[in-house]
Write a protein that binds this ligand. Structure first.
Ligand code: ATP
Length: 241
């Protein structure tokens, strides 16, 4: 059962009005694996994530979570069904406290207010610095801490599928390493993760199990990371310029 896809994206097409940015993309995520989504700027990675989580409508194709079609559902319903997204650029509510940011994340859960305190305690245990700074404005945190808060807020909904858009963006390498260590632990706990990332060496160095290359809105390569070299990925990304 561990190799059953928890997320199945089939032939998904996503557009901005008449401008089609993603043409029939297909991919599957399984528990305990990280799939890296790579491609040049403008290839459609962020758009594909938006289509998967419902921030943009599917023009055609489908998204299924645990075998259930969620293609027409709004984002908040997909969150309740187990799919959370961490959008690009450390998306936190800067004027809310750290604690209130996490409470917003809790609202993504399907049921059980009774578990809120347990989940918050778990998050503060996992992210001690967020516990220390829980009463401060999120905007007062460092960039790395804001990225961790954005991920923690997504985790508050207890997702089984996590979509993460370029978490390394704007972070120092040592902080990026901490983010990747966190993603590695989450993988170990059985999450299925889709990670948009430009750092191909890091991906092939162990953070990615599978790689999907998107080029001009089309999937041009899909393989296990172990089968790929940085050159293969670069060739695939840059072949059609
Ligand atoms: P980056 O790494 O720069 O974020 P990306 O691979 O995530 O790139 P997208 O941001 O998904 O690419 O963009 C895909 C295409 O859609 C590009 O041609 C882009 O110009 C276009 N696009 C993105 N956002 C919009 C928008 N709001 N309205 C119209 N076109 C858009």
């Amino acid at each position: 059962s561990n190799s059953q896809p928890v997320l199945d994206v089939a032939d998904l097409q996503v557009a901005y009005g008449d401008l089609v940015a993603v043409w029939g993309a297909s991919l599957q995520l399984v528990p305990g694996r990280i799939t890296a989504l790579v491609g040049r700027n403008g290839a459609g990675k962020t758009t594909l994530l938006a289509g998967i989580c419902g921030l943009l409508p599917a023009r055609s194709g489908s998204v299924a979570l645990d075998g259930r079609a969620v293609t027409g559902l709004p984002p908040w319903k997909r969150v309740r069904l187990g799919m959370s997204i961490v959008q690009e650029g450390k998306q936190v509510f800067r004027d809310l406290s750290v604690h209130d940011n996490l409470r917003v994340g809790l609202r993504g859960r399907r049921s059980g207010r009774g578990e809120d305190d347990t989940i918050l305690a778990e998050l503060y245990e996992r992210f001690p610095v967020l516990g220390e700074r829980r009463r401060e404005r999120a905007g007062a945190l460092s960039g790395g801490q804001q990225q961790m808060l954005a991920i923690a807020t997504a985790l508050a909904a207890r997702p089984r599928v996590l979509l993460v858009d370029e978490p390394s963006s704007g972070l120092a390498p040592v902080i990026t390493d901490q983010v990747f260590e966190l993603l590695d632990r989450l993988r170990g706990e059985g999450l299925a993760i889709l990670l948009v990332e430009q750092l191909v060496d890091e991906l092939l160095g162990g953070i990615a199990d599978d790689v999907v290359v998107l080029e001009r809105g089309r999937v041009t390569l899909r393989d296990r990371a172990a089968n790929l070299s940085a050159e293969t990925i670069a060739d695939s990304i840059y072949s059609s310029i």
